[in-house]
Design a protein around this ligand. Sequence first.
Ligand code: GDP
Length: 138
Amino acid sequence: MERTLAIIKPDGVARGIIGEVIQRLESNKLKITAMKMVKMNQEQAKGFYAVHEERPFFDSLTYFMSSGPIVVMVLEGENAIAKYREIMGATDYRQADEGTIRKDFATDIEKNVVHGSDSPETAVIEIAYFFNRFELIH
Ligand code: GDP
C-alpha cells in the first residue's frame, strides 16, 4: 500500500467539482484516509511549493494556490502515486490523455484543478505539511 497527497486546487473548489474529483478517485480504488478544506496564505503556499522557488511561475503559482480554499486529502492504495498521477493527467491539460481530470476540467497550465505527489519521498513531506498524526487514519 502506498500513500500520496492529493489537492483539489482553488479553481476546482470554486467551480464546484469537488464531488466529481472524489468520484474519480473512489471509482479507481484510491481510498481517502484523511481529508480537510483549508485556505493557505501565500507564505504557506510558497513553503509547499519550495522546490519550484527558482521557476518563473513561482509567484503566480503561489498566488493562485492561496487565492481560495483547497481540499487536501491523503489517498491510499496499490501504486497510489502513479495511479493518481494517471487519473490527474499531464500538467499541461492540452497534453493530458482523454478522460483525465485535467483534460476534462483544467483551463490553464497553472489552473489545472488538482495536485498529486510525484514520489514516495515527496508524498511523506507533503502529507506532513498538512496533516498531523492524529488526523491520519490507519
Ligand atoms: P505537477 O506535478 O503535474 O503538478 O507539475 P509540476 O510539479 O511541474 O508543477 C507544479 C504546478 O505548477 C503545476 O501543477 C501547475 O499548477 C504549475 N505550473 C507548472 N508549469 C507551469 C508553467 O509553465 N506556468 C505556470 N504559470 N504554472 C505552471
